[in-house]
Design a binder for this molecule. Sequence first.
Ligand code: PRP
Ligand code: ZN
Length: 285
Amino acid sequence: MSKLKVAIQKKGRLSENSLKMLEECGIKFTNGTGKLKNEAKNFPLEVLFLRDDDIPYYVERQVADIGIVGENVVTEHNRSIEIIKQLNFGNCRLSLAIPREAVYTEIKWFNGKRVATSYPRILSDFFLKKGITAEIEEISGSVEIAPGIGLADAICDIVSTGSTLMSNGLAEVETVMNSQAVLIASKKMESDKQELLDRLLFRIMSVLNASGNKYILLNAPDSATSEICSILPGMKSPTIMPLAEKGWNSIHSVIREDEFWEVITRLRKAGAQGILVIPIEKMII
Ligand code: PRP
Ligand code: ZN
């Protein structure tokens, strides 16, 4: 029987969350830290741990069928692969940063400067668009130390919490692109592999839907019930259950995380009491 081969980052920002996402999809692995491959126990899937920069190439060559990698890496490497889904984690930006003590007013600062980066393609496109002529120094890692050791005047690298920049005395001055983890796939997938990918994708969708939604329960008097139901559309419509105390109901529904605070305020105004909000683990639409 064929197995879906999934490439994920061996060591870095996306490693832990990539595995966590597969585990949230119900896929279990044997303990295998330090291994290059790991086979799932309960799904025909094998994980390959690779350098993130190599993942698009391995997927293009069908060494792996699919991969989890940052959009930044996909754009830089420009391989013949497909982006299947944005995964809502690993959010970061590719930014230009300069020594903290340098005086920065505008992007023209970069004219004639040397900029170290692992993203020469994205950066040269960006400079071209902005009309900047700078020298791009391509290095494959530890970019943030380049200004400190006299290799470059500035850097262009991934910023997530900003702590790497901070501890190297650098300040972020321009965003070049925003990025997050994406699921990529080979353009030539055999039908049995495609079937496995569809099964996995169904699970990923239910995890992503669940993480963007919350389950809400509240109590309300009969007089407020219809207004509260109009605020809480739910997946189909809210559930209304009578409480033991006459004239009161318990109302259950699902709300979107990004509308959460606004909805809560409206519910309280409408007369809702005892509001409980609970995370949802999976959501099948
Ligand atoms: C990036 C980048 C920094 C770090 C920034 O590495 O190179 O080292 O993340 O994160 P921070 O702002 O939270 O400090 P990444 O894991 O994306 O990949 P790489 O090691 O392959 O460059
Ligand atoms: Zn990398």
